[in-house]
Design a protein around this ligand. Structure first.
Ligand code: FAD
Length: 453
């Protein structure tokens, strides 16, 4: 495949996240000329890995865990000669002011999620499902934990998320998924670099700082209009087809918002599909401490007089930051605070300073340590508010009630010219992950290569 004119590419890809890079790699390997237009000045999108001196592990401002034992991420880990480790360890939960060990968290959540098998043909929200299922006082705790899981982990609103999509995801996952999470040793960013570096370079043009705002198209021809992030117009880019990997939050943003893209002509069936997919907000705060104080200090709220040597997760469902974790079993100085779904909504429009204050206040409540003690131990803190990021507008997608077929609709090419990819286009309730994004990029590349034959 070659460029017909100097300025016309076979394929233009919008977005250099996991989906866009995976598509670029497969297309260039087949000899297709590709241009990737990316609004930011880096690759990776919602994968943002930073390396700090003195820390053995990288810091993940976006995606962090690998949620299964097989799949595209593992294939890439093997291909790039690295690995991921099992994020095992002790869970503690704040109950009546005390930190109690909660190692049956997944078992409790599983008791509720197993009941999704009995869901009838009509889709309902997870909240409505909770009202119907699992009656009885003995299930109250499990229901509370399951809602906390859906809101925190899926970053979803319980009254919006489709119970059917959760059922599908559960059915598609291996038995122990959720309980089993892995963390990549070199960071997800290394996998993104691998995808980029293993694309056939003569076939690949990657343009940073290109904020696409119009996709003008007709069968077999696409004209992309972009501006710099400062708003200066850039020369249009011409291609025969486009792969659009924009996050759902960007696709759904209202006209005139930063990063939003207008399709000319419109794509009504696909628009109707993406309107049925939501994006969950997440605020993540990564705190580099002067020392792993949880390994050295007995917390006043602990029910043991020993430091929490094997601490992985801390949960406090009413706190501004309800979930915390360490990098255990790797021992380092980093603590992560996580607010997803409704908890993240409550932090909207706050400054980084206010967000950090809210995180510190949550840690004070969890541990019982003084504010002064915690403030003293913090060396550096990184705040990542993904809802406030104009090129993400949220962390990852979930299916709204009634939207179970929306991803399948998004997978359909339009006039063999526009192809949608990105984590939200994964069907069977499996969206929302890096694995889903890579799979979708490879799928779009395959569709194009099939149509080219
Ligand atoms: C805080 C957080 C935690 C997460 N944790 C996990 C996890 O533990 N495990 C997991 O598997 N997944 C996790 N995810 C989800 C995972 O990061 C995403 O599913 C995946 O990275 C999405 O890849 P993508 O290519 O579909 O989209 P993106 O990575 O968003 O790529 C889209 C690209 O399009 C660009 N773009 C946007 N607008 C424009 C425009 N107008 N013009 C040009 N370019 C534009 C963006 O800058 C971006 O680079 C997490 C995400 C977040 C935010």
């Amino acid at each position: 495949m070659s460029k017909t004119k100097r300025s016309e590419y076979d394929v233009a890809i919008i977005g250099a996240g996991a989906a866009g890079l995976a598509a670029a790699r497969d297309l260039t390997a087949a000899g297709v000329n590709v241009v990737v237009l990316e609004a930011r000045d880096r690759i990776g999108g919602r994968i943002h890995t930073i390396h700090q001196t003195g820390n053995p592990l990288p810091i993940e401002l976006g995606a962090e865990f690998v949620h299964s034992r097989t799949g595209q991420v593992w294939d890439l880990l093997h291909a790039s000669n690295t690995t991921a480790y099992y994020a095992d360890g002790d869970h503690f939960e704040l109950k009546k002011g005390k930190l109690v060990q909660a190692n049956d968290f997944w078992e409790q959540v599983g008791k509720v999620l197993d009941k999704l098998e009995d869901l009838g043909p009509r889709d309902i929200s997870f909240i409505d499902f909770l009202k119907r299922c699992c009656r009885g006082k003995d299930m109250a705790e499990a229901k509370k934990l399951a809602l906390g899981f859906v809101e925190g982990f899926d970053a979803a609103r319980g009254d919006r998320i489709s119970a059917k999509s959760i059922a599908q995801a559960e059915a598609g996952s291996d038995e122990t998924e959720g309980a089993e999470s892995f963390r990549t040793v070199r960071g997800y960013g290394a996998l993104m670099s691998f995808l980029h570096d293993h694309s056939r370079q003569p076939q690949l043009a990657l343009r940073f700082g290109h904020v696409v705002h119009v996709v003008r198209w007709r069968r077999g021809r696409v004209e992309l209009h972009a501006r710099t992030r400062q708003g200066e117009p850039l020369p249009p880019v011409h291609a025969r087809r486009a792969v659009i990997t924009l996050p759902i939050g960007v696709l759904r943003a209202s006209a005139g918002s930063e990063g939003v893209v207008r399709f000319d002509p419109d794509v009504p069936s696909h628009r109707a599909a993406w309107e049925q997919i939501e994006t969950g907000p997440v605020v993540k705060v990564l705190i580099e401490c002067r020392e792993p104080f949880w390994e050295k200090t007995t917390f006043p709220n602990a029910t043991t007089d020993k430091p929490l040597h094997n601490l992985t997760f801390l949960h406090g469902d009413t706190l501004a930051f309800p979930t915390w974790w360490t990098h255990f079993p790797v021992r380092d100085n980093v603590l992560t605070a996580w607010a997803g779904g409704p908890a993240a909504d409550k932090l909207a429009l706050r400054s980084n300073r206010e967000i950090l204050d809210a995180a510190v206040a949550s840690l004070v409540k969890l541990t019982g340590l003084s504010r002064h003690r915690i403030a003293r131990v913090i060396r550096v803190a990184h705040v990542a508010d993904w809802q406030a990021d104009p090129y993400a507008r949220g962390a990852y997608s979930y299916i709204a009630v009634g939207g179970i077929d929306a991803p399948k609709q998004l997978q359909k090419p339009i006039e063999r010219t526009l192809y949608f990819a990105g984590e939200a286009t994964a069907s069977e309730g499996l969206g929302g992950t890096v694995d889903a994004a890579i799979t979708s990029g490879k799928r779009a590349a395959r569709q194009i290569l099939t149509n080219l034959r």
